[in-house]
Design a protein around this ligand. Structure first.
Ligand SMILES: [Fe+2]
Length: 168
């Protein structure tokens, strides 16, 4: 959550949010979960007279299904869910599959603009991809990392991967 207001200000990141409220992380044998409410900028709205796009609370609900699948509720709007699965293709590459679902009671039964959704997600994920691909060392279990409280979800996920034997 800590990078939203720094890395994603071209889309949903709110540059005025300078602190991350504490959040709880829940762990079971095969899941890691966290909820977080964030005053996100609407990435597809037109800017108002002040040049700003509207801000609204997004209730992010993360549920990681170990080892490589994630349900992300709320990110694409209330009662939406984005499901992604990473399929490793080598020690340093992967293929990412994702799908989104929207409650017809909120969004209607009309067709989803898949190309539009893909375009928004490409914009959101582009800076993440650039950061991840530029990290050195490339391994995620680097002992020299410094974590803060807002890294709790990621830290718990890494611990869960270690517990499954992925720390080699
Ligand atoms: Fe990101």
């Amino acid at each position: 959550m800590g990078h939203f207001s720094v890395l994603h200000t071209d889309t949903f990141g709110n540059g005025e949010v300078l602190a991350i409220d504490p959040y709880a992380v829940r762990r079971t044998e095969w899941t890691v979960e966290a909820d977080y409410r964030y005053p996100s900028v609407n990435p597809v709205a037109e800017p108002g007279p002040d040049g700003r796009r509207p801000v609204g609370e997004t209730h992010f609900r993360y549920r990681i299904e170990l080892p490589f699948a994630v349900w992300l509720g709320g990110a694409s709007g209330p009662r939406s869910v984005l499901f992604s699965v990473c399929a490793p293709t080598s020690a340093t590459t992967l293929r990412l599959y994702w799908m989104a679902a929207f409650d017809p009671a909120v969004y209607g039964n009309g067709p989803v603009d898949g190309a539009g959704l893909q375009a928004v997600e490409d914009l959101i994920w582009a800076p993440d991809k650039a950061i991840v691909e530029s990290q050195r060392p490339a391994r995620v279990f680097a002992a020299t990392e410094v974590h803060r409280a807002f890294d709790g979800l990621g830290v718990a996920y890494r611990q869960a991967l270690r517990d499954l034997g992925f720390a080699g």
